[in-house]
Design a protein around this ligand. Structure first.
Ligand SMILES: NC(=O)c1ccc[n+]([C@@H]2O[C@H](COP(=O)([O-])OP(=O)(O)OC[C@H]3O[C@@H](n4cnc5c(N)ncnc54)[C@H](OP(=O)(O)O)[C@@H]3O)[C@@H](O)[C@H]2O)c1
Length: 348
C-alpha cells in the first residue's frame, strides 16, 4: 500500500507535564488531565483510508468557520472533538482519488465539494475522507475556493431562511422585511444574497468599511453597527422586521424587540445562556414574537442547491483571503479575529 503524507495543523490531547510549558500556556485543562491545544508545527500523517461509504479527496481548498476555533478552544465540550489528534476544518473542495467499496455516485477524478464530520475534522490537510452522503459534484464554473466556502456558512444561511423563516427562494412568498446582522461575514454574505433571491426587503448590519460591498450583494439598506442607530438596529426606512437572521454576537432581546413586527421570528445562530432563557420565556408566555435558536444540520440537497446557484451566477462566495497550507496558522489567527469579509480559504 502506498502511504502518502500530509502536513497539518495539529490539535492534540497531550499529557500535562511540568509547569509553565508552552503547551500548558496555550492549552485548556480537560477533565481527564490532558491539555487541548493547537500546535503550530506541521506534522506528517498517513493518508486516511476511505471506509465503505466514503471517498478519499486530494484537497484543493478548505474554508474556515468560527466553529473550527471554538472546537479547538474547548467551547463545544463535552461533544467535540471526539477523538485526538484532531485535524481542524470541515468545508472542503477536492478531487476524488479513491472510493470506498459501497460508493455509487462518485469515481476517481471527480471534482467535488464536501462537508466533513465535525466530530472527526480533517480539512487542514492535503488529503481527507468525506462521506458520500455529504459530498456533491463541483461543476467547472465553480472554483474550488468558491465551492469550499459553501457548506457550513451557505448551508446555515439557507437553513435559517428556508427551513426556519419559511422564505421561498423563487420569490413567490409574501412580502417580508428581514434584518441580517453581520452581513459581511461568512454566513451573512450568503444570507443577504439568498434573501434577495426570495424578493424580501433586506436591512443589513456590518462595519463602515463594508457598507458598499453589502449593498452590492443586494441589501436594500445597510447600518453601520458601530453607530447609535446601527447598534439600535433601527431600519432607516422605519420598517419593522418580520424576520431577523442574527449572525452577530451579543445583541440582547431588548434591542431586537422594539424593531419587530407582531409575529416576528428572531433566528439566532449565536445563542448564549441569556438568549436561551428568552427562548424559554417566549415559549412559556405563548409570545407571538418568537426567538428561534438554530444549529446547522448539513444536508446534501441544500449543498447541491447552493452549488447550482453559484454555477448559474446567482450566488457568489466573497473571498476574504487565501493562505497556503504551510501558513495555515495565519489563516487560523485571522478567523479567530472575527473580522473576515466573506470566507477565509486555505489551499494545499
Ligand atoms: N449555530 C450554527 O449552526 C452556526 C453556523 C454557522 C455559524 N455560526 C456562528 O455564527 C457567527 C457568524 O459566523 P460567520 O461565519 O459569519 O463569522 P465571520 O465570518 O467570522 O463574521 C465576521 C464578520 O462579522 C462582522 N461583525 C462582527 N460583529 C458584528 C456586529 N456586532 N454587527 C455587525 N457585523 C459584525 C465583522 O465585521 P467587522 O470586521 O467590520 O467587525 C466581520 O465581517 C459565528 O459566531 C459562528 O460561530 C453558528
Amino acid at each position: 500500500m502506498v502511504r502518502f503524507t500530509a502536513p497539518y495543523l495539529e490539535t492534540q490531547c497531550q499529557e500535562r507535564r511540568g509547569t509553565g510549558t508552552k503547551e500548558q500556556s496555550m492549552g485548556l485543562k480537560t477533565p481527564n488531565g490532558c491539555a487541548l491545544m493547537v500546535s503550530e508545527k506541521h506534522v506528517e500523517v498517513p493518508v486516511p483510508t476511505p471506509k465503505r461509504d466514503e471517498v478519499l479527496l486530494k484537497l484543493e481548498a478548505t474554508s474556515l468557520n468560527p466553529v473550527d476555533w471554538k472546537i479547538q478552544k474547548g467551547m463545544l465540550r463535552p461533544f467535540l472533538p471526539r477523538k485526538f489528534p484532531y485535524i481542524p476544518a470541515t468545508d472542503v473542495a477536492g478531487e476524488v482519488v479513491e472510493v470506498g467499496s459501497g460508493v455509487k455516485d462518485f469515481k476517481v477524478g471527480d471534482k467535488v465539494i464536501a462537508v466533513l464530520s465535525h466530530f472527526i475534522g480533517g480539512g487542514l490537510a492535503e488529503f481527507a475522507v468525506a462521506q458520500e452522503s455529504l459530498t456533491v459534484k463541483r461543476p467547472p464554473e465553480v472554483s474550488a475556493p468558491e465551492g469550499a466556502g459553501l457548506p457550513v456558512a451557505g448551508g446555515t444561511a439557507h437553513q435559517m431562511l428556508v427551513s426556519s423563516a419559511g422564505v421561498k427562494l423563487d420569490g413567490s412568498g409574501k412580502p417580508t422585511n428581514i434584518l441580517i446582522t453581520a452581513a459581511s461575514g461568512g454566513v451573512g454574505h450568503y444570507a443577504v444574497q439568498l434573501a434577495k433571491l426570495g424578493k424580501t426587503h433586506v436591512t443589513a448590519t456590518c462595519g463602515a468599511r463594508n457598507i458598499e460591498l453589502v449593498k452590492s450583494l443586494g441589501a436594500d439598506e445597510v447600518l453601520d453597527y458601530k453607530t447609535t442607530d446601527g447598534a439600535a438596529l433601527k431600519s432607516p426606512s422605519g420598517r419593522k422586521y418580520d424576520v431577523v437572521l442574527h449572525c452577530a454576537t451579543g445583541i440582547p432581546w431588548s434591542t431586537f424587540e422594539p424593531n419587530l413586527s407582531d409575529n416576528a421570528k428572531v433566528i439566532d445562530i449565536t445563542p448564549n445562556l441569556s438568549s436561551l432563557l428568552t427562548f424559554a420565556l417566549k415559549k412559556l408566555t405563548f409570545s407571538k414574537k418568537q426567538y428561534v435558536p438554530l444549529l446547522v444540520i448539513p444536508k446534501k440537497d441544500n449543498l447541491e442547491f447552493l452549488v447550482n446557484l453559484v454555477k448559474e451566477g446567482k450566488l457568489k462566495t466573497l473571498l476574504d483571503s487565501k493562505y497556503p497550507l504551510s501558513k495555515a496558522e495565519d489563516a487560523w489567527a485571522k478567523i479567530i479575529e472575527g473580522h473576515a469579509t466573506g470566507k477565509i480559504i486555505v489551499e494545499p
